[in-house]
Ligand binder design. Structure first.
Ligand code: C5P
Length: 229
């Protein structure tokens, strides 16, 4: 059964390894995330191959940030590949430009609020206004929705709060930082189980290492899907 709530992150260095992994996983996963780490290793070609030849849905995690004209041009170029999700930084002018670039295509624009690797000290160093990080995440999510974002990337710990925002209706919440019961956290700090993330309002969960480092990635993916409510 296709359950596209699970997005498996293909965080391997190149397209060859990515395709091998996707073949091992087979029909257990129907949605893959390809990120910047693989861009120089044929990531876009892999995205196309998985989409066009294997019927997979594709999330391109590029977290774009630039002037509006450049964002619009970059997204217009990417939109022709008929991929499904693309991340941009959640600044309203970036989101608006990305939506312009995606116009007429099925590409959904997901906004990054505050990278989950940043804490208050990092935000201070980046001259981001004072205040609670979670409060800033919520404000950035609301602003991104206002600017037209189809959804946001959020920690599972913020999913319920974002879902409760007045303008979150019909928007997607996609959460990394998900760990199946009993698996290693890696460098993720604030993790939740697949079931918690979905119950708290996530539409999709992104899982990387618990799948791609497993001796049996297909079985690992199936076990995660079996945990979903
Ligand atoms: O291996 P793991 O399950 O931690 O992978 C999570 C994936 O989600 C990685 O590709 C990581 O880059 C991405 N991600 C994240 N936290 C964010 C945004 C993206 O972990 N805030």
């Amino acid at each position: 059964m296709r359950d596209d709530r699970l997005i498996a992150a293909l965080d391997v260095p190149n397209a060859l390894q990515g395709m091998k992994l996707a073949e091992e996983i087979g029909d257990a996963v129907s949605f893959y995330k390809i990120g910047l780490g693989m861009l120089t290793g044929g990531g876009l070609a892999l995205a196309n191959e998985l989409k066009q030849e294997h019927g997979k849905r594709i999330f391109l995690d590029m977290k774009l940030f630039d002037i509006g004209a450049t964002i619009e041009a970059a997204v217009r170029g990417l939109a022709q590949f008929e991929l499904d999700f693309l991340t941009v930084q959640g600044d309203p002018q970036v989101v608006r430009a990305a939506k312009e670039g995606a116009a007429g295509s099925g590409l959904k624009i997901l906004a990054v609020t505050v990278l989950t690797s940043l804490d208050r000290a990092d935000l201070d160093a980046n001259l981001i206004k004072p205040g609670d990080v979670q409060e800033i995440v919520l404000q950035r999510a609301a602003n991104a929705f206002e600017a037209g974002a189809d959804g946001v990337i959020a920690s599972p710990h913020e999913a319920a709060l974002i879902r409760a925002l007045p303008n979150a209706k019909g928007r997607l919440i996609v959460t990394p930082g998900v760990r199946p019961t009993g698996s290693a956290k890696g460098d993720q700090k604030r993790v939740a189980t697949p079931a918690q993330a979905i119950t708290d309002g996530a539409d999709h969960i992104v899982v990387g290492r618990p799948i791609w480092t497993a001796t049996d990635p297909r079985a690992a993916a199936q076990a995660i899907l079996a945990e979903l409510p």
